[in-house]
Structures are given as C-alpha cells and as structure tokens.
Ligand binder design. Structure first.
Ligand SMILES: Nc1ncnc2c1ncn2[C@@H]1O[C@H](COP(=O)(O)OP(=O)(O)O)[C@@H](O)[C@H]1O
Ligand SMILES: [Mg+2]
Length: 1031
C-alpha cells in the first residue's frame, strides 16, 4: 500500500484489506468497502487482488492521462486501480515473458465487463504503437461491442448483462505490442432467445435490428420494425417502463456500433447479410404458430414458416417438414414420426436456441480467425470475464453450471494463490507454515467426480433407458451422495432443515454459501436435444454460416452428443488448465445495490457478494502468512529514522540487518517479523500501524530537524558560493594590483635608470638620455625651487642657486622678475610718495657721505611745512600778500634762526619759500624782514658736520644788497634739499664747507664763518667770526 494511503487509513478505511485488524469479520470487511464507496473510492486491495465496487457513475477514472500515470509504476505506489492490475500483468509479461491472466469475477452487474474493457483499453494505450498494431488494437477493442450485441441482454440486474462467459487472450510480441488475440466463450444463456423473465430483454441484437431505422434491412428481412410484433422479444417489451432504474441502452446507436465492429473485424458483406438473415429468421420463427389437430400438428401461418425457411436458406417444404417431424435411427434405419404439439413447440424453440447459440459461437470463431496470429513467440495476457456466483429465488440448471464454474475458479484461485504464496516464502527462505483455510475441493468433487459427481449422475440419468424424470435424477443423487456434508435434500434433512427445502430441491453448501436448486428442467437442459431433421435442414441450407455451424459430420455421427453438463465440465477443465499455466491476477467485482444507484450501499447485498466471491477466504489465505511484506530496502529507507543506529544511514551492515535493528527496536519477536532474502515480512497489521504511528510522530521531529539542516545546507552552499566568488574576485584583483605594481616598478626603474643616465650626462649636449633628466631638473628648479623662493619685494635681492642647465634662463628670469617687481612697485607709488622719494634721491646724491647727519635723516620723510598749525594760516596770508605766488605755491616753510650779519646775533625767524621768492618773517608779528628771489641764490652752504648751519649766498646785486644770509635749522638737510630742488631748481647750489669761509656783507664787505669739529654742537660768535661747532 502506498504510504499516503496508510497515513489516511483512518479517514477512508484501509486501502488493503490485509491491514484490516478484524480480518475475520464480514461486517468489518463490508464497513471498509462502504466507507470507501461513500468517498468514491471504488477500489481496494486484498494483497495483490483488486476488489472493485461498481460506482454506477462516471468517476473519470479511466482517462488516458491516468493510464500514463499508472504505467510502469510499482503496484503499491499508487492508490488501488484496475490499471495497476493491468500494468503489473503487462510488465510481468514483458519482463519475464510468462503468460499472464486476469480473472475478473463478480455478480451480474458488478462491473466485470467494464473492468475487462478498461484493462483492454489500458493495454492498448500503454503498449507499443505502430500502424499495424493500431489495426489489431482496434480489432481487439471492437470485439467487445460485437459480442455484446449478440451475447448481452438487459436483465433486472444489469441493462447490459453478459449472458456468456468470456476468456480472451491478447497476444503480444517481443516488444510488448499486441499482435493478435483469441476468444473462448462459455455457456451462452440461450434460453433467453425464446423466453425472458419479467422486465428482462432478449439479446440486444434483436432490438438493434428492429430499431435500426435501416429500411432496406427491415424490408429484406420482412420485419415491421416494431418490437411488439415479435413474440420472442415482445413478451417483456414493457422493459423500457421499468420503474426503479434508468434504462441505459440505446439500440439505434448500438446497431451502428455493431455494424462498425463487423466491418473492423473483417466480416464480408455476404456474411453480414447471412448473420442478419439468421437474426431475422429467429424473430419470425417465434411467430410461427403451431396447433394440434387430429391429423397431428399443423402450422397455422405457413407463410411465416416459409419466410423463415427462406431467410434460413432452406427450402420451404424441407423446413416445414423438419418443424413437424422427427426422424430417428432404428437399427441403422431412419424412421420418421410426426411430433406431437408439445414436441413441435419444443422443437421450434430448441431450433431458435440452437441456431442462435451456434451463430454466437461462429461469430467468436470468425473474430478469432481475424485476430489469429501465426507465430509462436508471443506472450499472452488472458482476460476472464465470467459470471459470478448466482443465487435466485429459484435456481435451475444454469445457476448450477454457473456456481459450479465459480467453485472451479475458487479452486484455481486457492491453488494458484497458495502456490504463489508458498513459492514466495521458499524463495525468500522463510519457513512455510501450514495455512488454515477452507479448501473447496470437497465441493468440487461432489459436483464433478467421474462416478460420484452430480454431473455424472445427471449424465447417467439422461442416458438411462426407461422413464427418466427430474425426480428420478434427484432420487439418484439422494441415494448416491445424500450423506455428503455439502449436500442437503428434503428426504435426509433434519427437521429444522426440512422447513427450508422442498421435495423437488437439493441444496449444495458451496464455499460461498448455500444454494438450493430445483431439479426441474435439469434433464431436458442437460440433454439439450435437437432433432436430427432440423440439423439436416440447416446443413443443407444455402446460408454458408448455417452449413458451417451444423456440420455434416454431426449429422452423420451416430454417437449420442455430449450432454450440456459434460460439455460445460470439459470446457471448465480446459479453462482451468489454461489458467493454471499462467500467472494470475484477480479483479473481484462487487455490486453496491440492485438499483444501479451510485449512492446506495446495500450492506446485506454486499455481504452476500463478499461471501459468494469468497473474498473472506481470499483475505484469510492472504493473512494466513504475513500481512505485510516489502522489499527490505524500501522498509529500511522508510523506517530508518526510527533508530539512532540506522539514522541517517546504516553503515555497519546490510539493509537487511538494519531492518532487523528497526524490528528489535519495535520489540517484534521472530514470529512477528522475518527478514527474507529480499523482503521483510510482518505478521500483523497492528505492527504496521504501530510503526506507522511512530513514523508519523518521528516525521514531525525530523521535519523540524530537516528544515533546520536544509536551511543550514542552503546557507552554507550560498556562503561557499559567495566565498568562492570572493576568492576568485580577490585573486584576480590581487593579480591585477600586483601586475600594475610590477608595471609601475618597472616604469619607475626605467625612470630611475633614465634619471641616473640623465644625471651622468646632464652636462652633455641634449641626447635621448639626458633630455628627460634636464627637463625634470628644469621643472624641479622652476616649480619647486624657484617658484616658492621668488623675491616678493623690490628690495629683496635674493635669488636661488640654479643648476648649470638653467643658468641662462635663471639670469633672464631674474632680470624679468626684477623688472616686474619694479614695475609693480612703481605702479603702486602715490604722487606724494613719489615726490618724497625724488627728494630723498636728490638728497642722497647731494648729501650722502658729505654731511655727517645725513644718515640719521634718511628715515624721516621730508615735509614741506614745519610750521605749527596755529601759525600756518598767518604764514599763508603773508606769503599771499607778499609773494607773487599764492600760499599754495609754498615750497617750504620752517622756523629758522637768523644770525645778524653784523654781530651774529641770533634771531628767530620763519622761512617761507616759493618758486618766486624766499621770505623771512618775524614770528612775533609776521613782519617780512627779508625777501629774496630764488633765482638770485648763488649757493647754499652747509658744513659737513652734524650742525644745522646753512648759508644762503646771493649774487651781488649792487646797491641794496644785504649780503649772504646766515641761518640755522633743525632740518638743515631738508631745508637745503627743498630750497635747492624746488625753489632754485638746481641742486648744484648746495656746497659744503669744512673749514673757514667768507660770507658777503652789504657794500662788498665780508664776514667770516669758521667750522669747527667737536662738541657740543653750537653756533656762536667768537671774535669777528661765527663759529659753527659740530661732530
Ligand atoms: N467502473 C465503472 N465505472 C462506472 N460505471 C460502471 C463501472 N463498472 C460498471 N459500471 C456500470 O455498471 C453497468 C454494469 O456493468 P457490467 O460491467 O456490464 O457488469 P457485469 O459485466 O459484471 O455484469 C455498466 O453498464 C456501467 O453502467
Ligand atoms: Mg458482463
């Protein structure tokens, strides 16, 4: 069973009855079927046997997709299905090349034919395909509608009930492709041709012809097309109004299907015509009225009889005679005698039944000829669709045969199953234990024993001379086998049993239950008498089919034909041989209710069938050994997580040992659990449930664990991937960096070498080695050496050292830079400053190194006015009035001391000079004491010492000449410079005296000024002279 199914066992019963704890209880069995049926689960296993409950609705269970799903999948891996059975048989056939058979059994309407069809369909779908094979597949599939048309009928139980048993071999070539087939048919219920129970129908073909709408056909057969016009089919023609169930047969459509099938199966037009002639003839035959008169039996409607004769290809006279007479052989001579009415009616109906039965067999033969394959390398899968156990209110000869057939199949089943079971145990090296089960051989012997069997009693009775009746047959049985445990009759029954059985009945205790048979009709049906006249008439027919099915040999054969019972027995024995030579699989069909309802589950009905089918026997046989067996690898893999020793894997030994460890852990002893050569065997389902529960519990734990592990593994994988990527990336990056570094180093080395070479050759004329170096040196010097060290100030005369190669450039740059600084400096000078500097320059040229106070005056700027602010305005006023220039033209104004020319008396005076005049004023009253023209100044004499003396010498003017002016000033250099440069416009007037000199006095007289070096600085009269002392 599939693991999922095990898990779901509580919800929908068990998927395999072997796991049913209460396996001896019919109720439990039925309950499980019911639970599953209600959930639309129609299939359940008993080990390898499939139990199928008719769903009476389309559950979409047979799609081509599903076929593919089941293809080559291990039997227990998927939920139970008829495809799984077909698949197992097909693949076993292919791999072992051993013939297989699938036995489908069950009550009428339980779904046998449907199951067989699905198996056939499955084989067609999954097997190899080619054009040739396609044709065969088609023919195999089409044999169904054909045989159904002629062999199926509507019964109270099934609208499409097969009224014959069928065994079909499908032959496969080495590649598994179907190449042919063969059908065996069993015991057609021919009585149906002339009579049906209430609510039932004759074989479908009659209705198909009548309802075909094929006017030509109806006309040829002289049929009206109305069911009610024909006695054989009209008797229960009200079948369509049967209340409780839905009638599903559509005759018109199925007629077309039958015609298609005939064509596909290669029936010639002539044969098709002949077949329908026979069908038509039978319909008419039912309407041939017979009545008794004094002169014997007469045919009331002779034209009907003639029509029948014509349709059957027989001459009217011969046919009519055959209907009314019987010819028997007496001591080798033919003696004809007319039939009485009863005999004639019997003969008419016997003829209908015989013709129909033989036609059916002929159809099967023809199909076989079409499907025949003349090669010996085929393997077959046989499909047996045969009637199941039947129990009616009144059971007759047919039921006896059918139930006998089921006893036989049960026996085959037991033999084969036990054999297989036994084979498996011995193959697996497991000790075989005696299985306690009911062997129905005892019943089978009761029926078919050569001398003491019911069939042989019946035959004896049929062939015995004298008066033979059904009652005499019963008596024979009572005296022969009355004491048998499985035979019950009124005569020998105890009081209790007598209440349930009539005098003309006997009861057999079948393996599937008791069935009471009424002996009425046993002798007649067993004899199955058909008068020679009819056989002869048919033999001479122009209808080739009739000639074939009533062979001359039979007519000529003087031996008594085999009885129906013996024929059936023989065919069953043959079937048994066929089945026993094959590997069997079983489908057991169960019908949920008698109303064809998809929702009713009739417990009683199902229990009944479960008994009939011997399903409890099935189960017991299966359970007698070990309930569960499975390849130990599977077992180990499934349950290894239950033991620490075997989880996550068992390395210390084989899987078989691992299985044993798991079993020990479960506490199973050696009786409950066995390890075979390839499988483990578990005795009780309970054990399986235990281990499954443990597994379910463990799974939850493992799921968490696995989840964590999986996450870990995934994370690790991711990490490894990232790490690998990073490694590759960093390796490449490092390589790249290293390459770059190496290149840089190489470049650097080249540069350095170049540099060194350049250095060595630096003073040589430019060449390829020193070119670079020189450029670098220049650049270095210019950018790093010269640029930061450039003088910022015009007075800064510094200039960085320069290499040899830059000397020329250095000199030029230095000059340029100097010029630039000068230009900048000059541009930045104000007019005052410029004037100041001009004065200072003039001053320097005149006084530097010539007068000792010069250097101390350099820092002090010259000022054009040394007059305090209070006097400035007044001086301006005086100059404005006196001089020709305005006050703004004052070149210089300062306080001076004037020494009188006579006596050298010092007097304070203010000197103010313009370009046109030089004024001396008294600071007290601002009176102009003297006024001179600058152009008249001849000289400005100063000493070389640090005194403030200055003498302004004038050109002699003659009359009015006052003589030279003797002054002293604190700013003597400033006075001399401004007066000379601005007023006189001539610096050359400045002269230096270092010793003694004269100054002019009025009237051409002269005074003396003596210059004396020493301290303190003074200007004093000494004698006649003025003595100037300075350092
Ligand atoms: N598996 C199935 N799925 C659907 N309907 C089914 C199935 N088996 C049987 N039937 C219905 O039940 C009817 C009787 O089945 P059939 O196979 O003819 O029974 P049997 O051959 O056992 O007498 C079919 O005509 C069909 O309508
Ligand atoms: Mg059937």
């Amino acid at each position: 069973m599939a693991a999922e199914a095990l898990a779901a066992r509580d919800k929908i019963g068990v998927q395999d009855f072997v796991l049913l704890e209460d396996f001896r209880s019919l109720d439990a069995f039925g309950e499980n079927l019911k639970k599953r049926f209600n959930e639309k689960l129609i299939y359940t296993y008993i080990g390898p046997v499939l139990v199928s409950v008719n769903p009476y609705r389309d559950l979409k269970l047979y799609t081509t997709e599903l076929c593919s799903e089941y293809r080559a999948v291990e039997f227990f891996k998927l939920p139970p299905h008829v495809f799984a059975i077909a698949d197992t048989a097909y693949f076993a056939m292919r791999s072992d090349r051993r013939d297989q058979c699938i036995l489908v059994s069950g009550e009428s309407g339980a779904g046998k034919t449907e199951a067989t069809k699905q198996i056939l369909k499955y084989l067609a779908v999954v097997s190899e395909n080619s054009r040739e094979v396609g044709k065969i597949k088609d023919q195999l599939l089409q044999s169904n509608p054909l045989l159904e048309a002629f062999g199926n009928a509507t019964t109270t139980r099934n609208d499409n009930s097969s009224r014959f048993g069928k065994y079909m071999d499908v032959q496969f070539d080495f590649h598994g492709a179907p190449v042919g087939g063969h059908i065996l048919n069993y015991l057609l219920e021919k009585s149906r041709v002339v009579q049906q129970s209430l609510g039932e129908r004759n074989f479908h073909i009659f209705y198909q012809v009548l309802d075909s709408g094929d006017a030509a056909l109806l006309q040829r057969l002289s049929l009206t097309g109305k069911v009610d016009d024909y006695r054989y089919v009209a008797s229960t023609a009200n079948h369509k109004e049967r209340s409780e169930t839905v009638f599903t047969i559509k005759d018109k459509e199925q007629y077309k299907e039958t015609m298609d099938a005939l064509r596909v199966l290669a029936f010639s037009t002539k044969h098709i015509e002949e077949i329908f002639n026979i069908v038509g003839a039978i319909l008419h035959l039912g309407n041939v009225d017979l009545s008794g008169s004094e002169s014997g039996v007469v045919i009331d409607n002779a034209d009907k009889a003639e029509l029948v004769g014509k349709l059957l290809g027989s001459s009217g006279a011969q046919f009519k005679s055959a209907m009314l007479n019987k010819t028997i052989l007496v001591s080798g001579d033919k003696v004809a005698s007319p039939l009485n009415l009863e005999e004639a009616v019997y003969s008419r109906d016997a003829m209908s039944k015989a013709i129909y039965e033989r036609l059916f067999s002929w159809l099967v033969c023809h199909v076989n000829r079409t499907l025949e394959v003349k090669r010996s390398d085929t393997a077959v899968i046989g499909l047996l669709d045969i009637y199941g156990f039947e129990v009616f209110q009144v059971n007759g000869f047919e039921q006896f045969c059918i139930n006998y057939c089921n006893e036989k199949l049960q026996q085959i089943f037991i033999e084969l199953t036990l054999k297989l079971e036994q084979e498996e145990y011995s193959k697996e090296g497991i000790e075989w234990e005696q299985i306690d089960y009911f062997n129905n051989k005892i019943i089978l012997d009761l029926i078919e024993d050569k001398s003491k069997g019911i069939v042989s009693f019946l035959d004896e009775e049929c062939t015995r001379p004298g008066t033979v009746t059904d009652a005499s047959f019963l008596d024979k049985m009572v005296s022969g086998i009355g004491a048998h445990d499985h035979f019950v009759c009124f005569e020998l029954a105890d009081r209790e049993a007598k209440k349930t059985i009539e005098r003309d009945e006997f009861r057999l205790v079948h393996y599937a239950g008791d069935v009471t048979y009424n002996v009425k009709g046993f002798i007649e049906k067993n004899n199955d008498l058909l008068f020679r006249d009819i056989k002869e008439a048919m033999q001479s027919s122009s209808n080739s089919i009739l000639c074939e099915i009533f062979p001359k040999a039979e007519v000529l054969d003087k031996k008594r034909p085999l009885t129906a019972g013996t024929q059936f027995k023989n065919s069953l024995n043959k079937l048994a041989d066929i089945l026993k030579s094959k590997v069997p699989s079983y489908v057991r069909c169960v019908k949920p209710n008698n109303k064809k309802s998809p929702v009713i589950f009739d417990d009683e009905l199902v229990h009944h069938q479960v008994k009939y089918l011997g399903l409890m026997e099935n189960l017991r046989v299966r359970r007698a050994g070990f309930a569960y067996r499975r390849d130990y690898n599977y077992f180990y893999q499934r349950y290894k997580c239950l033991c620490t020793e075997t989880w996550p894997s068992y390395k210390a030994g084989t899987p078989a040992q691992a299985c044993q460890i798991i079993a020990d852990k479960m506490g199973w002893n050696s009786t409950d659990f066995k390890v075979g050569k390839t499988k483990v065997f578990i005795r009780n389902p309970k054990q399986l449930y235990e281990i499954e529960d443990k597994l379910a519990h463990r799974k939850v734990e493992l799921a968490t664990l696995l989840q964590a592990q999986t996450r870990k593994v995934l994370a690790r994988k991711h990490f490894m991937r990232v790490r690998a990527a990073v490694t590759i990336f960093s390796k490449n990056w490092k390589r790249l960096v290293a390459r770059r570094l190496r290149q840089r180093r190489r470049n650097a080395a080249d540069e350095i070498i170049k540099f060194i070479k350049g250095f060595i050759m630096r003073n040589q004329p430019p060449n390829e080695f020193n070119k670079q170096f020189v450029r670098i040196v220049r650049h270095q010097w210019l950018v790093h050496c010269l640029k930061p060290a450039l003088p910022k100030d015009v007075l800064d005369k510094s200039w960085p050292e320069c290499p040899l190669v830059c000397q020329e450039a250095s000199a030029q740059l230095r000059a340029l830079h100097q010029r630039k600084l000068v230009r900048h400096y000059v541009r930045s000078l104000t007019a005052e400053r410029k004037q100041q500097l001009t004065w200072k320059l003039t001053c320097r040229d005149t006084f530097k190194d010539k007068k000792s106070v010069y250097s101390s005056t350099v820092p002090t700027p010259f000022s054009q006015s040394r007059i305090e602010d209070a006097l400035t305005q007044r001086v301006h006023d005086v100059v404005g009035k006196t001089a020709t220039d305005g006050p703004s033209d004052i070149v210089y104004a300062t306080h001076v001391v004037k020494y009188d020319r006579h006596g050298y008396k010092p007097r304070p005076r203010i000197l103010a000079a313009t370009a046109s005049s030089v004024l001396l004023m008294d600071p007290k009253n601002m009176a102009v004491k003297e006024q001179h023209s600058p152009s008249n100044i001849k000289s400005l004499t100063v000493t070389s010492l640090s005194d403030g003396f200055v003498m302004i010498g004038f050109n002699a003017l003659g009359k009015g000449d006052k003589g030279d002016l003797l002054l002293s000033s604190e700013h003597v250099i400033e006075l001399a410079t401004l007066l000379a440069s601005s007023s006189c416009n001539n610096m050359d007037v400045v002269t230096f005296a270092s010793d003694e000199f004269n100054h002019s006095l009025p009237a051409n007289k002269q005074g003396t000024v003596r210059v004396k070096s020493g301290a303190p600085v003074s200007i004093l009269k000494e004698g006649n002279a003025l003595v100037v002392t300075g350092e």
